[in-house]
Design a protein around this ligand. Sequence first.
Ligand code: ADP
Ligand code: MG
Length: 296
Amino acid sequence: MNKNLSYLTKSFEELGIQIESLRNLNEGLESTILIGYSLEEKKEVAIKIPKEIIFNNDNDQNFSAMSLYTQEYRLLRLLKQMSFPVPEVYHFDSSNKVPFIIMELLKDVSTPTKEDFVSIGRLTRTLHSYKAPELNLVAMERFTDINELILHRLYKRFNIIADFGYSEGTLPPISLMSSSINHIEGEKCLLHMDIRPQNILKKTDNDFLFTDWSNALIGYPALEIARLQEYGEFFCEFMEGYGELTKIDKLPMLIYRLDTAIMLSVVFLSEEPNPIMANTQLKRVSSILKEIKKEL
Ligand SMILES: Nc1ncnc2c1ncn2[C@@H]1O[C@H](COP(=O)(O)OP(=O)(O)O)[C@@H](O)[C@H]1O
Ligand SMILES: [Mg+2]
């Protein structure tokens, strides 16, 4: 059970959530989703509560639950206004040290299939067509320039995989990488950056809700596409729905793909240790590094 739950019980009661109706629905790495009956909404609702007050892991340091939940609330509200499919928020609570969000509950959701990724690709294209919102996003780590952020976290996380013993490849000097990435054309937009079946709730065929905006960035669409390409799952179907990507040079695309391969290596070395998956990801890092060096 989430250790923050007992702390929040009084707040839930004050908001008309029937305590005896509370039960666990699901969880991710950072949050627990509870089901509760809301006297105000007169129906069951989903309550998202953080597992920690400060999230600290080898990929991300010192991200506060308060800042992540404030961001999630603002993005869910903004996207809803724009008719982008996200769960409806009923209440965001930031009055205690543990924030929480009460939102529309999707029961009996099924996991999006390979075929569903065509629609998910189409929806992602819509997301990328919106003007970038003026919001400070947690994962931007106070950078305003997306490529500066990507280089910053590449070198930082590379040191972590090196500390875990990775020695097959090295990163080229930052000046070379920086000049290779700095002339991407096109508009920046809001990127979700974690489009996986776990974060897309399927109501019915062709009816999906995008959740979990913790990794969101303001950047070029190619960065989201590079992430999906490295995730690998259903990428062809995704692109079938997404359509053509604005042309981008090979080198910046490789650097964007490296960002995901290194992030996943850190996940499997440290956050959710899995030696087989870690090994696969580290091989991806080596192979992308080789391709980058050929292009430089
Ligand atoms: N409104 C909701 N209704 C039903 N299930 C949900 C809802 N929001 C999230 N979930 C489920 O709970 C899981 C964890 O929530 P998520 O917001 O992704 O947390 P985390 O940031 O920890 O990954 C999701 O993968 C999803 O399956
Ligand atoms: Mg999630």
